[in-house]
Write a protein that binds this ligand. Structure first.
Ligand code: HEM
Length: 242
């Protein structure tokens, strides 16, 4: 006896003209490279919960990939003085961060003993070695050259983390203060060692009135900055280096 709804399903598909044959056309899975994505979960333990641990990290890395995509574009738009587009991208970044935080609700269904059951199979691997996470940190201003070391064995990834040195914060501060001085923005560069040579001291314990006004009006500068765009070196200002 065939299912009474069988024909109903076929009728809907036929009525909506749904395409069913993808032997010669790009399908949903083709477009999304789902074979590669969905075959990338390789549990090392026999434990049921490891799939959660892997998928949680992989989805977080995919969200971090999107975050870097948006942050890099935002830096480019700020440097072009196109703050409107940059703000839209930064608003998306903040939603991605919310998504990453909420994703922990799923991970929280794993108990500590369940985590301990898979931990021995992970060897020394840790989110500490996430190169995308490090790129995000560097772009947002928290740059520690020591964090490049875990990527030394992969020159391709090391180069990406180093390249993330042109910090959004530096560019936005620079852009905000050039605007105050009615000058075009210029992007920052970084050699990967300590302070950025082209980035004068911007953090100071005595915020300048003009940059404070810029910060409060644009809301994009978090660190205190000097009042005049003609920067002094850290030693002149006694400011602490970031
Ligand atoms: C049961 C779940 C998890 C445990 C027990 C855990 C544990 C840890 C520990 C102990 C560290 C410190 C570094 C270390 O000792 O290796 C760390 C760092 C880190 N974890 Fe996790 N983690 C978990 C899930 C995640 C997830 C889902 C992500 C998402 C990508 C993640 C991303 C990171 C990152 C990026 C760091 C480096 C933080 C930094 O250096 O500032 N972790 N984790």
């Amino acid at each position: 006896m065939t299912c009474p709804f069988h024909h109903e399903g076929e009728r809907i598909v036929a009525d909506e003209g749904a395409k069913l044959d993808f032997s010669r056309d790009m399908s949903y899975g083709d477009y999304l490279q789902l074979d590669a994505v969905l075959n990338a979960q390789k549990p090392l333990s026999p434990d049921h919960n490891e799939m959660l641990f892997i998928v949680q990290h992989q989805t977080s890395e995919l969200w971090m990939k999107l975050m870097l995509h948006e942050l890099s574009a935002a830096v480019a738009h700020v440097a072009k003085d196109d703050l409107g587009s940059a703000f839209k991208m930064l608003a998306r970044v903040s939603k991605i961060m919310e998504q990453l935080v909420h994703a922990w609700d799923v991970l929280a269904t794993m108990t500590p003993p369940e985590y301990s059951a898979i931990r021995p199979y992970l060897s020394n691997s840790s989110g500490f070695q996430s190169w995308q996470y490090r790129c995000i940190e560097f772009m947002l201003g928290n740059k520690n050259a020591a964090m490049l070391k875990p990527h030394g064995h992969r020159p391709d990834l090391l180069a990406k983390v180093e390249a993330a040195g042109a910090r959004l914060r530096c560019t936005t501060n620079r852009c905000a203060c050039w605007r105050a001085a009615a000058l075009p923005c210029r992007p920052a560069t970084w050699s990967g060692t300590g302070r950025s040579p082209t980035r004068p001291a911007m953090r100071s314990s005595r915020p300048g009135s003009r940059c404070t006004a810029i910060r409060s009006s644009t809301g994009i500068c978090t660190s205190s900055a000097r009042s005049s765009p003609t920067w002094k070196t850290p030693s002149d200002s006694g400011a602490s280096a970031t």
